[in-house]
Ligand binder design. Structure first.
Ligand SMILES: Cc1cc2nc3c(=O)[nH]c(=O)nc-3n(C[C@H](O)[C@H](O)[C@H](O)COP(=O)(O)OP(=O)(O)OC[C@H]3O[C@@H](n4cnc5c(N)ncnc54)[C@H](O)[C@@H]3O)c2cc1C
Length: 591
Protein backbone atom coordinates (compact mmCIF):
# COMPACT_ATOMS: atom_id res chain seq x y z
CA UNK A 1 0.00 0.00 0.00
CA UNK A 2 1.41 3.41 -1.02
CA UNK A 3 1.50 5.76 1.95
CA UNK A 4 1.60 9.53 1.61
CA UNK A 5 4.47 10.55 3.84
CA UNK A 6 4.76 14.06 5.20
CA UNK A 7 8.10 15.75 5.68
CA UNK A 8 9.27 16.73 9.14
CA UNK A 9 7.12 19.56 10.53
CA UNK A 10 4.79 19.43 7.52
CA UNK A 11 1.91 18.29 9.74
CA UNK A 12 1.43 21.99 10.52
CA UNK A 13 0.08 22.65 7.05
CA UNK A 14 -0.96 19.28 5.65
CA UNK A 15 -3.15 16.48 6.96
CA UNK A 16 -2.31 12.86 6.32
CA UNK A 17 -5.14 10.38 5.99
CA UNK A 18 -5.60 7.49 8.42
CA UNK A 19 -4.40 5.03 5.79
CA UNK A 20 -1.10 6.92 5.58
CA UNK A 21 -0.01 6.09 9.09
CA UNK A 22 1.20 2.94 10.79
CA UNK A 23 -0.41 1.90 14.05
CA UNK A 24 0.81 -0.60 16.68
CA UNK A 25 -2.18 -2.85 15.95
CA UNK A 26 -0.40 -3.69 12.66
CA UNK A 27 2.67 -5.34 14.19
CA UNK A 28 3.35 -8.61 12.38
CA UNK A 29 4.09 -12.00 13.90
CA UNK A 30 7.87 -11.54 13.80
CA UNK A 31 7.62 -8.18 15.54
CA UNK A 32 5.40 -9.64 18.23
CA UNK A 33 7.90 -12.47 18.75
CA UNK A 34 10.79 -10.02 19.13
CA UNK A 35 8.74 -8.05 21.63
CA UNK A 36 7.99 -11.23 23.58
CA UNK A 37 11.69 -12.18 23.63
CA UNK A 38 12.52 -8.77 25.12
CA UNK A 39 9.72 -9.15 27.67
CA UNK A 40 10.88 -12.65 28.65
CA UNK A 41 14.41 -11.33 29.07
CA UNK A 42 13.28 -8.66 31.54
CA UNK A 43 11.26 -11.22 33.50
CA UNK A 44 14.06 -13.79 33.65
CA UNK A 45 17.24 -11.73 33.84
CA UNK A 46 16.45 -8.20 34.95
CA UNK A 47 13.58 -8.03 37.45
CA UNK A 48 14.91 -10.79 39.74
CA UNK A 49 18.27 -8.95 39.94
CA UNK A 50 16.89 -5.44 40.19
CA UNK A 51 17.67 -4.92 43.88
CA UNK A 52 21.28 -5.99 43.38
CA UNK A 53 21.60 -3.95 40.20
CA UNK A 54 20.39 -0.92 42.16
CA UNK A 55 23.53 -1.14 44.29
CA UNK A 56 25.33 0.01 41.15
CA UNK A 57 27.06 -3.31 40.81
CA UNK A 58 29.13 -2.76 37.65
CA UNK A 59 30.04 -6.44 37.35
CA UNK A 60 26.43 -7.59 37.59
CA UNK A 61 25.18 -5.01 35.07
CA UNK A 62 27.91 -6.07 32.68
CA UNK A 63 26.85 -9.72 33.06
CA UNK A 64 23.21 -8.90 32.38
CA UNK A 65 24.14 -6.84 29.32
CA UNK A 66 26.33 -9.68 28.01
CA UNK A 67 23.37 -12.05 28.39
CA UNK A 68 21.22 -9.70 26.36
CA UNK A 69 23.97 -9.75 23.73
CA UNK A 70 24.09 -13.56 23.66
CA UNK A 71 20.33 -13.62 23.09
CA UNK A 72 20.73 -11.31 20.08
CA UNK A 73 18.96 -8.31 21.62
CA UNK A 74 21.88 -6.00 20.87
CA UNK A 75 21.81 -6.73 17.16
CA UNK A 76 18.26 -5.58 16.43
CA UNK A 77 19.34 -2.19 14.97
CA UNK A 78 22.47 -3.53 13.26
CA UNK A 79 22.39 -4.72 9.62
CA UNK A 80 23.08 -8.40 8.96
CA UNK A 81 26.37 -7.67 7.20
CA UNK A 82 27.70 -6.44 10.57
CA UNK A 83 26.42 -9.37 12.58
CA UNK A 84 23.01 -7.98 13.52
CA UNK A 85 19.45 -8.77 12.52
CA UNK A 86 18.80 -5.75 10.30
CA UNK A 87 15.34 -5.07 11.67
CA UNK A 88 13.13 -2.24 10.44
CA UNK A 89 13.02 1.03 12.36
CA UNK A 90 9.50 0.20 13.59
CA UNK A 91 10.85 -3.05 15.07
CA UNK A 92 13.80 -1.23 16.63
CA UNK A 93 11.36 1.13 18.30
CA UNK A 94 9.20 -1.77 19.49
CA UNK A 95 12.26 -3.41 21.08
CA UNK A 96 13.16 -0.05 22.65
CA UNK A 97 9.63 0.19 24.01
CA UNK A 98 9.64 -3.23 25.65
CA UNK A 99 13.14 -2.92 27.13
CA UNK A 100 12.14 0.53 28.40
CA UNK A 101 10.31 -1.24 31.23
CA UNK A 102 13.67 -2.47 32.56
CA UNK A 103 14.51 0.47 34.87
CA UNK A 104 18.26 1.16 34.95
CA UNK A 105 19.00 -1.88 32.80
CA UNK A 106 17.09 -0.08 30.09
CA UNK A 107 19.36 2.98 30.32
CA UNK A 108 22.53 0.89 30.17
CA UNK A 109 21.15 -1.25 27.35
CA UNK A 110 19.96 1.69 25.26
CA UNK A 111 23.19 3.62 25.80
CA UNK A 112 25.10 0.61 24.49
CA UNK A 113 22.79 -0.28 21.57
CA UNK A 114 22.10 3.33 20.60
CA UNK A 115 24.56 6.10 21.31
CA UNK A 116 27.38 3.63 22.05
CA UNK A 117 27.11 1.49 18.91
CA UNK A 118 25.30 3.39 16.20
CA UNK A 119 27.72 6.33 15.66
CA UNK A 120 30.27 3.77 14.44
CA UNK A 121 27.70 2.02 12.25
CA UNK A 122 26.37 5.28 10.81
CA UNK A 123 29.63 7.19 10.34
CA UNK A 124 32.44 4.64 10.48
CA UNK A 125 34.75 3.63 7.65
CA UNK A 126 34.51 0.05 6.45
CA UNK A 127 37.49 -0.87 8.64
CA UNK A 128 36.00 0.80 11.73
CA UNK A 129 32.64 -0.84 11.18
CA UNK A 130 34.20 -4.29 10.59
CA UNK A 131 36.39 -3.95 13.63
CA UNK A 132 33.86 -2.75 16.18
CA UNK A 133 30.24 -3.13 15.10
CA UNK A 134 29.90 -6.97 15.03
CA UNK A 135 31.43 -7.18 18.50
CA UNK A 136 29.15 -4.42 19.81
CA UNK A 137 26.15 -6.14 18.21
CA UNK A 138 26.96 -9.41 19.99
CA UNK A 139 27.78 -7.79 23.33
CA UNK A 140 31.41 -8.96 23.17
CA UNK A 141 32.23 -5.26 23.47
CA UNK A 142 30.14 -2.75 25.41
CA UNK A 143 29.89 0.86 24.26
CA UNK A 144 29.50 4.40 25.56
CA UNK A 145 29.12 7.92 24.21
CA UNK A 146 31.18 10.76 25.66
CA UNK A 147 30.00 14.24 24.77
CA UNK A 148 29.21 16.06 28.03
CA UNK A 149 31.95 17.84 30.03
CA UNK A 150 31.86 19.75 33.30
CA UNK A 151 31.62 23.03 31.40
CA UNK A 152 29.80 21.75 28.32
CA UNK A 153 26.30 20.33 28.76
CA UNK A 154 23.52 21.79 26.64
CA UNK A 155 26.20 23.88 24.90
CA UNK A 156 27.85 20.70 23.73
CA UNK A 157 30.18 22.32 21.22
CA UNK A 158 31.93 24.31 23.97
CA UNK A 159 33.90 21.32 25.28
CA UNK A 160 37.59 21.67 26.13
CA UNK A 161 38.75 18.12 25.45
CA UNK A 162 41.51 18.46 22.93
CA UNK A 163 43.28 16.29 20.36
CA UNK A 164 46.65 17.01 18.78
CA UNK A 165 48.29 15.07 16.02
CA UNK A 166 51.50 13.38 17.21
CA UNK A 167 54.77 14.33 15.52
CA UNK A 168 54.92 11.06 13.60
CA UNK A 169 51.34 11.65 12.40
CA UNK A 170 50.18 8.24 13.67
CA UNK A 171 48.12 9.26 16.68
CA UNK A 172 45.93 11.96 18.09
CA UNK A 173 47.01 12.81 21.64
CA UNK A 174 43.82 13.23 23.63
CA UNK A 175 43.56 15.31 26.81
CA UNK A 176 40.48 16.35 28.73
CA UNK A 177 37.57 15.22 30.84
CA UNK A 178 34.07 13.92 30.21
CA UNK A 179 31.23 13.84 32.69
CA UNK A 180 27.97 11.93 33.27
CA UNK A 181 29.00 9.09 30.97
CA UNK A 182 26.54 6.19 30.99
CA UNK A 183 28.23 2.74 31.06
CA UNK A 184 31.59 4.40 31.83
CA UNK A 185 32.32 1.81 34.54
CA UNK A 186 32.50 -1.15 32.19
CA UNK A 187 32.34 0.04 28.56
CA UNK A 188 35.09 -1.21 26.25
CA UNK A 189 34.60 1.50 23.64
CA UNK A 190 33.90 5.20 23.88
CA UNK A 191 32.79 7.56 21.14
CA UNK A 192 34.59 10.67 22.34
CA UNK A 193 34.07 14.20 21.06
CA UNK A 194 37.04 16.59 21.13
CA UNK A 195 38.44 19.55 19.21
CA UNK A 196 41.54 19.04 17.12
CA UNK A 197 44.07 21.82 17.76
CA UNK A 198 42.18 25.12 17.85
CA UNK A 199 39.22 23.99 15.72
CA UNK A 200 35.91 25.74 16.37
CA UNK A 201 33.93 22.52 16.05
CA UNK A 202 34.23 19.04 17.46
CA UNK A 203 35.63 15.93 15.88
CA UNK A 204 34.72 12.40 16.95
CA UNK A 205 37.04 9.54 17.93
CA UNK A 206 36.68 5.88 18.79
CA UNK A 207 38.61 5.40 22.03
CA UNK A 208 39.17 2.04 23.71
CA UNK A 209 38.84 2.17 27.47
CA UNK A 210 41.99 0.08 27.85
CA UNK A 211 44.19 2.64 26.07
CA UNK A 212 46.88 3.99 28.43
CA UNK A 213 45.88 7.33 29.92
CA UNK A 214 42.12 6.64 30.06
CA UNK A 215 41.01 6.93 33.70
CA UNK A 216 37.47 6.10 34.79
CA UNK A 217 36.13 7.85 37.90
CA UNK A 218 33.86 6.33 40.55
CA UNK A 219 30.12 6.14 39.88
CA UNK A 220 27.99 9.16 40.69
CA UNK A 221 25.40 8.87 43.46
CA UNK A 222 22.17 9.49 41.61
CA UNK A 223 18.50 10.15 42.36
CA UNK A 224 17.39 7.26 40.15
CA UNK A 225 18.58 4.73 37.57
CA UNK A 226 20.95 3.70 40.33
CA UNK A 227 21.88 0.46 38.60
CA UNK A 228 23.37 2.22 35.59
CA UNK A 229 27.03 3.18 35.79
CA UNK A 230 27.50 6.94 35.35
CA UNK A 231 30.99 8.33 35.83
CA UNK A 232 33.54 10.87 34.74
CA UNK A 233 36.29 9.86 32.34
CA UNK A 234 39.71 11.55 32.19
CA UNK A 235 42.04 11.49 29.20
CA UNK A 236 45.70 12.01 30.00
CA UNK A 237 47.84 12.03 26.85
CA UNK A 238 45.85 9.14 25.39
CA UNK A 239 47.34 8.00 22.08
CA UNK A 240 44.37 7.41 19.77
CA UNK A 241 45.39 5.92 16.40
CA UNK A 242 44.58 8.28 13.50
CA UNK A 243 42.48 5.49 11.97
CA UNK A 244 40.09 5.98 14.93
CA UNK A 245 38.95 9.44 13.84
CA UNK A 246 35.21 8.91 13.26
CA UNK A 247 33.92 10.85 10.25
CA UNK A 248 35.95 13.77 8.97
CA UNK A 249 37.85 16.31 11.02
CA UNK A 250 35.30 18.86 12.27
CA UNK A 251 32.35 16.56 11.57
CA UNK A 252 31.94 15.60 15.23
CA UNK A 253 29.34 18.20 16.13
CA UNK A 254 27.13 17.10 13.26
CA UNK A 255 27.59 13.46 14.32
CA UNK A 256 26.79 14.36 17.94
CA UNK A 257 23.58 16.15 16.94
CA UNK A 258 22.42 13.40 14.59
CA UNK A 259 23.04 10.78 17.25
CA UNK A 260 21.05 12.87 19.71
CA UNK A 261 18.10 12.90 17.27
CA UNK A 262 18.34 9.11 17.24
CA UNK A 263 18.71 8.93 21.03
CA UNK A 264 15.69 11.13 21.67
CA UNK A 265 13.38 9.33 19.25
CA UNK A 266 14.30 6.01 20.86
CA UNK A 267 13.72 7.57 24.27
CA UNK A 268 10.19 8.31 23.01
CA UNK A 269 9.74 4.54 22.59
CA UNK A 270 11.55 3.64 25.82
CA UNK A 271 9.22 5.68 28.00
CA UNK A 272 6.20 3.82 26.58
CA UNK A 273 7.47 0.57 28.09
CA UNK A 274 8.13 2.18 31.46
CA UNK A 275 4.71 3.85 31.36
CA UNK A 276 2.87 0.63 30.49
CA UNK A 277 4.49 -1.08 33.46
CA UNK A 278 3.54 1.79 35.79
CA UNK A 279 -0.09 1.77 34.59
CA UNK A 280 -0.33 -1.99 35.02
CA UNK A 281 1.20 -1.74 38.51
CA UNK A 282 -1.29 1.04 39.30
CA UNK A 283 -4.39 -0.86 38.28
CA UNK A 284 -3.28 -4.13 39.89
CA UNK A 285 -2.80 -2.32 43.19
CA UNK A 286 -6.09 -0.44 42.84
CA UNK A 287 -7.79 -3.79 42.23
CA UNK A 288 -6.33 -5.29 45.43
CA UNK A 289 -6.35 -2.48 47.95
CA UNK A 290 -9.51 -1.97 49.97
CA UNK A 291 -10.45 1.13 51.94
CA UNK A 292 -13.84 2.03 53.41
CA UNK A 293 -14.82 -1.58 52.71
CA UNK A 294 -14.38 -1.38 48.94
CA UNK A 295 -11.61 -1.63 46.38
CA UNK A 296 -9.99 1.73 45.74
CA UNK A 297 -10.48 1.12 41.99
CA UNK A 298 -14.18 1.81 42.56
CA UNK A 299 -13.50 5.43 43.59
CA UNK A 300 -14.07 8.13 40.98
CA UNK A 301 -10.87 9.94 41.98
CA UNK A 302 -8.80 6.80 41.33
CA UNK A 303 -10.65 6.12 38.06
CA UNK A 304 -9.84 9.65 36.98
CA UNK A 305 -6.14 8.98 37.56
CA UNK A 306 -6.15 5.61 35.82
CA UNK A 307 -7.97 7.01 32.80
CA UNK A 308 -5.65 10.02 32.58
CA UNK A 309 -2.67 7.67 32.57
CA UNK A 310 -4.17 5.61 29.75
CA UNK A 311 -5.10 8.62 27.62
CA UNK A 312 -1.60 10.13 27.61
CA UNK A 313 0.07 6.77 27.10
CA UNK A 314 -2.17 5.66 24.23
CA UNK A 315 -1.81 9.06 22.54
CA UNK A 316 1.97 9.07 22.90
CA UNK A 317 2.19 5.55 21.50
CA UNK A 318 0.16 6.61 18.46
CA UNK A 319 2.70 9.29 17.62
CA UNK A 320 5.73 7.07 18.25
CA UNK A 321 4.75 4.45 15.69
CA UNK A 322 3.42 7.00 13.23
CA UNK A 323 6.88 8.61 13.01
CA UNK A 324 8.66 5.26 13.09
CA UNK A 325 6.99 4.14 9.89
CA UNK A 326 7.62 7.54 8.26
CA UNK A 327 11.29 6.99 9.04
CA UNK A 328 11.22 3.44 7.66
CA UNK A 329 9.73 4.73 4.40
CA UNK A 330 12.41 7.37 4.14
CA UNK A 331 15.19 4.87 4.96
CA UNK A 332 13.99 2.64 2.13
CA UNK A 333 13.99 5.52 -0.34
CA UNK A 334 17.42 6.77 0.72
CA UNK A 335 18.85 3.25 0.73
CA UNK A 336 17.76 2.81 -2.86
CA UNK A 337 19.95 5.83 -3.70
CA UNK A 338 23.03 5.24 -1.53
CA UNK A 339 22.88 1.48 -0.91
CA UNK A 340 23.99 1.87 2.71
CA UNK A 341 21.49 1.07 5.46
CA UNK A 342 23.45 2.82 8.20
CA UNK A 343 23.88 6.11 6.35
CA UNK A 344 20.27 6.02 5.10
CA UNK A 345 19.00 5.41 8.64
CA UNK A 346 20.76 8.33 10.28
CA UNK A 347 19.79 10.65 7.44
CA UNK A 348 16.14 9.66 7.78
CA UNK A 349 16.18 10.01 11.57
CA UNK A 350 17.88 13.41 11.35
CA UNK A 351 15.26 14.51 8.85
CA UNK A 352 12.50 13.87 11.41
CA UNK A 353 14.16 16.13 13.98
CA UNK A 354 10.94 18.04 14.77
CA UNK A 355 9.02 14.88 15.58
CA UNK A 356 12.00 13.35 17.46
CA UNK A 357 12.04 16.36 19.79
CA UNK A 358 8.24 16.21 20.19
CA UNK A 359 8.35 12.51 21.12
CA UNK A 360 11.16 13.13 23.60
CA UNK A 361 9.47 16.01 25.39
CA UNK A 362 5.91 14.68 25.34
CA UNK A 363 7.02 11.14 26.17
CA UNK A 364 9.26 12.07 29.10
CA UNK A 365 6.58 14.34 30.57
CA UNK A 366 3.93 11.68 29.96
CA UNK A 367 6.03 9.18 31.90
CA UNK A 368 6.67 11.62 34.74
CA UNK A 369 2.92 12.20 35.03
CA UNK A 370 2.16 8.48 34.98
CA UNK A 371 4.94 7.59 37.42
CA UNK A 372 3.76 10.29 39.80
CA UNK A 373 0.13 9.15 39.69
CA UNK A 374 1.26 5.54 40.10
CA UNK A 375 2.88 6.49 43.42
CA UNK A 376 -0.27 8.38 44.43
CA UNK A 377 -2.55 5.45 43.64
CA UNK A 378 -0.35 3.31 45.91
CA UNK A 379 -0.71 5.80 48.78
CA UNK A 380 1.88 5.17 51.52
CA UNK A 381 3.02 1.99 49.81
CA UNK A 382 3.99 4.12 46.82
CA UNK A 383 6.59 5.72 49.03
CA UNK A 384 8.08 2.38 50.04
CA UNK A 385 11.36 1.42 48.44
CA UNK A 386 9.96 -2.11 48.14
CA UNK A 387 7.63 -1.07 45.35
CA UNK A 388 8.40 -0.86 41.66
CA UNK A 389 6.42 2.38 41.41
CA UNK A 390 8.85 4.07 43.83
CA UNK A 391 11.77 3.05 41.62
CA UNK A 392 9.83 4.02 38.51
CA UNK A 393 9.18 7.49 39.95
CA UNK A 394 12.88 8.12 40.63
CA UNK A 395 14.01 6.59 37.35
CA UNK A 396 11.57 8.55 35.26
CA UNK A 397 13.03 11.96 36.10
CA UNK A 398 16.24 11.63 34.10
CA UNK A 399 14.33 11.43 30.80
CA UNK A 400 13.59 15.14 30.91
CA UNK A 401 17.30 15.89 31.32
CA UNK A 402 19.38 13.70 29.02
CA UNK A 403 19.30 13.44 25.21
CA UNK A 404 18.99 17.23 25.24
CA UNK A 405 17.00 18.80 28.08
CA UNK A 406 13.30 19.40 27.46
CA UNK A 407 14.00 23.14 27.36
CA UNK A 408 16.49 22.67 24.51
CA UNK A 409 14.14 20.27 22.73
CA UNK A 410 11.18 22.63 22.96
CA UNK A 411 13.27 25.31 21.26
CA UNK A 412 14.29 22.77 18.63
CA UNK A 413 10.70 21.88 17.81
CA UNK A 414 9.90 25.40 16.64
CA UNK A 415 13.30 26.39 15.28
CA UNK A 416 13.70 23.24 13.18
CA UNK A 417 10.17 23.42 11.76
CA UNK A 418 10.68 27.06 10.74
CA UNK A 419 14.07 26.27 9.17
CA UNK A 420 12.58 23.38 7.19
CA UNK A 421 9.81 25.67 5.97
CA UNK A 422 12.31 28.35 4.97
CA UNK A 423 14.26 25.70 3.07
CA UNK A 424 11.10 25.09 1.05
CA UNK A 425 10.02 21.72 2.49
CA UNK A 426 6.49 23.06 3.01
CA UNK A 427 4.64 26.36 2.86
CA UNK A 428 4.37 27.48 6.47
CA UNK A 429 4.77 31.22 6.16
CA UNK A 430 2.58 31.66 3.07
CA UNK A 431 -0.30 29.79 4.68
CA UNK A 432 0.17 31.70 7.93
CA UNK A 433 0.12 35.03 6.10
CA UNK A 434 -3.01 34.05 4.16
CA UNK A 435 -4.77 33.09 7.39
CA UNK A 436 -3.78 36.34 9.03
CA UNK A 437 -5.10 38.35 6.08
CA UNK A 438 -8.48 36.68 6.58
CA UNK A 439 -8.48 37.00 10.38
CA UNK A 440 -11.62 39.14 10.48
CA UNK A 441 -13.63 36.50 8.62
CA UNK A 442 -12.65 33.34 10.43
CA UNK A 443 -15.09 30.70 11.55
CA UNK A 444 -14.25 27.49 13.33
CA UNK A 445 -17.53 25.57 13.22
CA UNK A 446 -18.53 22.68 11.00
CA UNK A 447 -21.59 21.91 8.86
CA UNK A 448 -24.76 20.43 10.33
CA UNK A 449 -24.70 16.64 10.49
CA UNK A 450 -20.91 16.50 10.46
CA UNK A 451 -19.62 12.96 11.08
CA UNK A 452 -17.68 12.04 14.23
CA UNK A 453 -14.29 11.83 12.51
CA UNK A 454 -14.94 14.89 10.30
CA UNK A 455 -15.60 16.90 13.45
CA UNK A 456 -12.43 15.71 15.16
CA UNK A 457 -10.38 16.38 12.03
CA UNK A 458 -11.78 19.90 11.87
CA UNK A 459 -10.93 20.47 15.54
CA UNK A 460 -7.32 19.41 15.00
CA UNK A 461 -7.16 21.48 11.82
CA UNK A 462 -8.37 24.50 13.77
CA UNK A 463 -5.62 23.97 16.34
CA UNK A 464 -3.10 24.08 13.52
CA UNK A 465 -4.57 27.39 12.36
CA UNK A 466 -4.01 29.09 15.68
CA UNK A 467 -0.45 27.73 15.72
CA UNK A 468 0.16 29.29 12.30
CA UNK A 469 -1.25 32.61 13.48
CA UNK A 470 1.02 32.57 16.52
CA UNK A 471 4.08 31.73 14.44
CA UNK A 472 3.15 34.50 12.01
CA UNK A 473 2.65 37.06 14.77
CA UNK A 474 5.80 36.10 16.67
CA UNK A 475 7.96 36.25 13.53
CA UNK A 476 6.51 39.63 12.50
CA UNK A 477 6.99 41.13 15.96
CA UNK A 478 10.39 39.77 16.96
CA UNK A 479 11.92 39.18 13.52
CA UNK A 480 15.53 38.02 13.90
CA UNK A 481 15.31 38.25 17.71
CA UNK A 482 12.64 35.57 17.90
CA UNK A 483 15.17 32.99 19.14
CA UNK A 484 15.70 35.16 22.22
CA UNK A 485 12.00 35.07 23.04
CA UNK A 486 12.10 31.61 24.57
CA UNK A 487 8.86 31.94 26.50
CA UNK A 488 6.91 32.53 23.29
CA UNK A 489 8.78 29.74 21.53
CA UNK A 490 7.86 27.45 24.42
CA UNK A 491 4.20 28.38 24.00
CA UNK A 492 4.37 27.56 20.31
CA UNK A 493 6.29 24.33 20.97
CA UNK A 494 3.61 23.20 23.42
CA UNK A 495 0.88 23.92 20.90
CA UNK A 496 2.74 22.03 18.17
CA UNK A 497 3.51 19.11 20.42
CA UNK A 498 0.00 18.65 21.79
CA UNK A 499 -1.53 19.03 18.35
CA UNK A 500 0.80 16.51 16.73
CA UNK A 501 0.04 13.99 19.47
CA UNK A 502 -3.73 14.56 19.17
CA UNK A 503 -3.59 14.25 15.41
CA UNK A 504 -1.67 10.97 15.68
CA UNK A 505 -4.26 9.68 18.13
CA UNK A 506 -7.11 10.77 15.85
CA UNK A 507 -5.57 9.03 12.83
CA UNK A 508 -5.06 5.86 14.85
CA UNK A 509 -8.62 5.78 16.15
CA UNK A 510 -9.94 6.44 12.64
CA UNK A 511 -7.93 3.46 11.39
CA UNK A 512 -9.16 1.31 14.25
CA UNK A 513 -12.66 2.21 13.14
CA UNK A 514 -12.01 0.24 9.94
CA UNK A 515 -10.24 -2.63 11.72
CA UNK A 516 -12.06 -3.33 14.97
CA UNK A 517 -15.67 -3.89 15.96
CA UNK A 518 -16.43 -1.80 19.03
CA UNK A 519 -14.11 1.18 19.27
CA UNK A 520 -16.15 3.17 21.75
CA UNK A 521 -13.43 3.21 24.42
CA UNK A 522 -10.92 4.52 21.86
CA UNK A 523 -13.38 7.26 20.94
CA UNK A 524 -13.56 8.10 24.65
CA UNK A 525 -9.77 8.40 24.73
CA UNK A 526 -9.84 10.64 21.67
CA UNK A 527 -12.71 12.76 22.99
CA UNK A 528 -11.01 13.51 26.31
CA UNK A 529 -7.63 14.04 24.70
CA UNK A 530 -8.91 16.60 22.22
CA UNK A 531 -10.97 18.28 24.94
CA UNK A 532 -7.79 18.67 27.03
CA UNK A 533 -5.55 19.58 24.09
CA UNK A 534 -7.84 22.38 22.96
CA UNK A 535 -7.58 23.94 26.41
CA UNK A 536 -3.77 23.61 26.53
CA UNK A 537 -3.49 25.12 23.05
CA UNK A 538 -5.86 27.93 23.98
CA UNK A 539 -3.88 28.84 27.09
CA UNK A 540 -0.54 28.65 25.26
CA UNK A 541 -1.93 30.75 22.41
CA UNK A 542 -3.21 33.42 24.81
CA UNK A 543 0.14 33.52 26.61
CA UNK A 544 1.93 33.92 23.29
CA UNK A 545 -0.47 36.48 21.81
CA UNK A 546 -0.41 38.75 24.86
CA UNK A 547 3.39 38.53 24.70
CA UNK A 548 3.85 39.54 21.06
CA UNK A 549 0.71 41.23 19.76
CA UNK A 550 0.18 44.99 19.52
CA UNK A 551 -2.81 46.71 21.08
CA UNK A 552 -4.26 46.96 17.62
CA UNK A 553 -4.21 43.30 16.58
CA UNK A 554 -4.63 41.68 20.01
CA UNK A 555 -8.47 41.50 19.93
CA UNK A 556 -8.59 39.77 16.53
CA UNK A 557 -5.92 37.26 17.55
CA UNK A 558 -7.61 36.50 20.87
CA UNK A 559 -10.89 35.99 19.06
CA UNK A 560 -9.12 33.64 16.66
CA UNK A 561 -7.65 31.69 19.58
CA UNK A 562 -11.10 31.35 21.14
CA UNK A 563 -12.72 30.36 17.87
CA UNK A 564 -10.12 27.81 16.82
CA UNK A 565 -9.96 26.10 20.21
CA UNK A 566 -13.71 25.96 20.81
CA UNK A 567 -14.96 22.42 20.81
CA UNK A 568 -18.19 20.71 21.66
CA UNK A 569 -18.48 19.89 25.34
CA UNK A 570 -18.73 16.35 26.59
CA UNK A 571 -19.20 14.45 29.81
CA UNK A 572 -15.52 13.86 30.52
CA UNK A 573 -16.28 12.23 33.84
CA UNK A 574 -18.24 9.42 32.21
CA UNK A 575 -15.76 9.08 29.35
CA UNK A 576 -12.89 8.72 31.82
CA UNK A 577 -14.86 6.22 33.88
CA UNK A 578 -15.43 4.03 30.83
CA UNK A 579 -11.71 4.12 30.00
CA UNK A 580 -10.79 3.27 33.59
CA UNK A 581 -13.38 0.50 33.70
CA UNK A 582 -11.76 -1.28 30.77
CA UNK A 583 -8.37 -1.02 32.47
CA UNK A 584 -9.83 -2.24 35.76
CA UNK A 585 -11.53 -5.17 34.08
CA UNK A 586 -8.39 -6.18 32.15
CA UNK A 587 -6.31 -5.65 35.34
CA UNK A 588 -3.41 -4.73 33.05
CA UNK A 589 -2.69 -2.16 30.32
CA UNK A 590 -4.27 -3.78 27.23
CA UNK A 591 -5.37 -0.99 24.91
C1 LIG B 1 22.24 10.05 34.54
C2 LIG B 1 22.83 10.80 33.39
C3 LIG B 1 23.35 10.10 32.32
C4 LIG B 1 23.95 10.80 31.27
N1 LIG B 1 24.53 10.10 30.24
C5 LIG B 1 25.29 10.77 29.32
C6 LIG B 1 26.09 10.05 28.37
O1 LIG B 1 26.08 8.81 28.31
N2 LIG B 1 26.87 10.78 27.53
C7 LIG B 1 26.91 12.13 27.55
O2 LIG B 1 27.65 12.72 26.76
N3 LIG B 1 26.15 12.84 28.43
C8 LIG B 1 25.36 12.20 29.32
N4 LIG B 1 24.61 12.90 30.25
C9 LIG B 1 24.67 14.36 30.25
C10 LIG B 1 23.37 15.00 29.82
O3 LIG B 1 23.18 14.85 28.46
C11 LIG B 1 23.44 16.48 30.27
O4 LIG B 1 23.31 16.47 31.67
C12 LIG B 1 22.39 17.34 29.62
O5 LIG B 1 22.66 17.51 28.26
C13 LIG B 1 22.28 18.74 30.28
O6 LIG B 1 23.52 19.33 30.42
P1 LIG B 1 23.94 19.94 31.84
O7 LIG B 1 23.75 18.86 32.84
O8 LIG B 1 25.29 20.52 31.72
O9 LIG B 1 22.88 21.06 32.12
P2 LIG B 1 22.96 22.58 31.64
O10 LIG B 1 23.23 22.63 30.17
O11 LIG B 1 23.86 23.34 32.54
O12 LIG B 1 21.47 23.05 31.88
C14 LIG B 1 20.97 23.54 33.13
C15 LIG B 1 19.57 24.10 32.89
O13 LIG B 1 19.65 25.22 31.98
C16 LIG B 1 18.83 24.98 30.85
N5 LIG B 1 19.46 25.53 29.65
C17 LIG B 1 20.72 25.35 29.21
N6 LIG B 1 20.91 25.99 28.05
C18 LIG B 1 19.75 26.60 27.74
C19 LIG B 1 19.32 27.42 26.67
N7 LIG B 1 20.09 27.73 25.63
N8 LIG B 1 18.06 27.87 26.70
C20 LIG B 1 17.22 27.56 27.71
N9 LIG B 1 17.57 26.80 28.74
C21 LIG B 1 18.82 26.31 28.77
C22 LIG B 1 18.69 23.47 30.77
O14 LIG B 1 17.55 23.08 30.04
C23 LIG B 1 18.63 23.09 32.25
O15 LIG B 1 17.33 23.27 32.72
C24 LIG B 1 23.97 12.22 31.28
C25 LIG B 1 23.42 12.92 32.35
C26 LIG B 1 22.87 12.23 33.41
C27 LIG B 1 22.33 13.01 34.57
Amino acid sequence: MERKILKSGEFLVNNPEPKDIFIPEEFNEEQRMIAQTCRDFLEAEVYPKMNDLEKCDRVLMKQVLKKAGELGLMGISVPEEFGGFGQSFVTQMLAAEITGAGFSFSVAFMAHCGIGTLPILYYGTKEQRDRYVPKLASGELLGSYCLTEPGAGSDANSGKTNAKLSEDGKHYILNGQKMWITNAGFADTQVVFAKIDNDRVLSAFIVESGMPGVVIGPDEHKMGIKGSSTAQIYYNDVKVPVENLLGKRGEGFRIALSILHMGRIKLGANVLGAAKKAVTDSVKYANERKQFGVLISTFGAIKHKLASQVIRLFASESAVYRVSMDIDEMINKLKADCGDTGRATIEAISHYAVEAAILKVYGSEMLDFIADEAVQIHGGMGYSAEMDVERGYRDSRINRIFEGTNEINRLLVVDTAMKRALKGDFDLFGKAEALYNEIDNITGGGPAGESYFAEKTRCVDNLKKIILLCIHGAVKTFEKNLMNEQEVLNNIADMMMETYISESLLLRVARLNDMKGDISVYKDILDVNIFDTAEIVRKSALDAIYSFASEENTPALIKAADTFTRIRGLNVKNARRRIADKLIEDNSYRF
